[in-house]
Design a protein around this ligand. Structure first.
Ligand code: HEM
Length: 407
């Protein structure tokens, strides 16, 4: 009996490294893929493969089509090795499909609506000013901007909204860091997942006895006590909102600050005309696209994207950083243009039914922090050469692990 021993050429893994020299640009391979092979194959850490979509139009078509599922427990879902296995019980609505996704997301949408979030702006400004006061007292010594400002602002804000005691924030900062890492081993990640679950479980139990005037308190009173959701569902909301609301904005703050320190002309322009900051934040979101290797989906039926047949059960990795550098949508896409007219068309927050729930909050946080840094620390600069800044090439969310600055 003849056995075909030829091994088909295995697809390359997802490109993740920025091209040498520029710490901000997405992997160089994306450019060629967009023009030559917009729906290509990549290999996954578990030895399977998935489709990689790199064009803006295709990515909107995929994320806007609910025949692609976000359910990580489905066969064929392209796991990154970071999302923590497919069989988690309480995975949060980010990994669910309608109608369950719709039902759960609706319970918290009003908490993150523009009007609600705009009302928080003075409080976010106050927190930012306090942290900047503390930084000013350390003038002369190098300060790690990530630790001093970029992480605490979103941490404090989401802790406040959820009703998580801020004193506990070291616990979940450490744990979310592990959960989002690409390099730590699965046993350690599993331990972190369990520890976070236990912490949130205890937190929800405490809040069930004394629900406060905060998101978790309202979920308990309005949804859990009426039988709409369970204790575990409340804990899953907490886990999702804490993790999603934490490191994303923090990394955008760090990268944005660094970009503006390296681009004094843009910084000066924003200082001269602070009304440009709103648009500049959209451009920074587009330019950095910190979700570097997702979102991900699995097809639930055979369908065609850009002429490529995708079969039921096949996974798709959507390259948001590639979509946001697509020259058919954004002219001169690799240039940061703080006054770019259509920057807000970026897909840094995703697209479709799972589009970022916290985007209004992220925007206000970024506008406040960037505006305040430009105003209060006009001479701020990196305290080390850029080659010495530890970039998060090992993480699902791009950024810097630390950003030593001086002024
Ligand atoms: C979903 C990016 C900040 C909460 C998403 C998605 C992206 C994203 C790309 C879509 C995931 C998918 O389609 O599978 C970002 C970026 C942020 C940010 C770049 C900061 C600059 C936040 C904040 C919160 C948050 C501050 C606060 C709670 C969520 C939630 C979802 C989500 C709950 C799931 C929505 C759903 O499945 O319906 N985010 N996010 N995000 N984000 Fe954000």
């Amino acid at each position: 009996e003849m056995i075909d021993m030829t091994v088909p050429a295995a697809p390359a893994p997802l490109p993740v490294e920025p091209p040498s020299g520029c710490p901000f640009d997405p992997p160089a391979e994306f450019g060629a893929l967009r023009t030559e092979e917009p729906i290509s194959k990549i290999s996954l850490p578990d030895g399977s493969w998935a489709w990689l979509a790199t064009r803006y139009a295709d990515i909107r078509a995929i994320l806007g089509d609910t025949r692609f599922s976000s359910d990580t427990t489905l066969h064929g879902y392209p796991l990154s090795g970071m999302t923590g296995g497919g069989n988690q019980q309480n995975r949060g609505f980010i990994r669910m499909d309608p109608p369950e996704h719709t039902r759960l997301r609706r319970m918290v949408t009003r908490e993150f609506m523009v009007k609600r979030v705009e009302a928080l702006r003075p409080e976010i400004q106050r927190l930012t000013d306090e942290l900047c006061d503390a930084m000013e007292r350390r003038a002369g010594e190098p300060v790690d901007l990530v630790e001093a400002l970029a992480l605490p602002v979103p941490s404090l804000v989401i802790s406040l909204l959820l009703g998580v005691p801020y004193d506990d924030h070291d616990v979940f900062q450490r744990l979310t860091g592990k959960l989002l890492s690409r390099t730590i081993a699965e046993p350690e990640r599993e331990a972190a997942r369990r520890e976070l679950r236990d912490y949130l479980d205890a937190l929800v139990t405490a809040k069930e006895k004394a629900p406060g005037d905060d998101i978790l308190g309202r979920l308990i009173v309005e949804q859990q006590r009426t039988g709409e959701i369970s204790h575990d569902d409340v804990a899953a909301f907490a886990a999702l909102l804490l993790i999603a609301g934490h490191e994303t904005t923090a990394n955008m703050i760090g990268l944005s600050a660094l970009t503006l320190m390296r681009d004094p002309d843009s910084a000066e322009r924003l200082r001269q005309d602070p009304t440009l900051i709103r648009g500049a934040v959209e451009e920074l979101l587009r330019f950095h696209s910190i979700i570097r290797n997702g979102p991900r989906r699995v097809a639930t039926t055979d369908l065609e994207i850009d002429g490529q047949l995708i079969r039921a059960g096949e996974g798709v990795v959507v390259a948001v950083p590639s979509a946001n550098r697509d020259a058919t949508v954004f002219a001169d896409p690799d240039r940061l243009d703080v006054a770019r007219a259509n920057a807000q068309h970026h897909v840094a927050f995703g697209y479709g039914i799972h589009q970022c729930l916290g985007q209004a909050l992220a925007r206000v946080e970024l506008q406040v922090v960037i505006g305040t840094l430009l105003r209060r620390f006009p001479t701020m600069r990196p305290a080390v050469p850029v080659e010495e800044i530890p970039f998060r090439t090992d993480m699902a969310i791009y950024g810097c692990h630390a950003l030593p600055v001086t002024w």
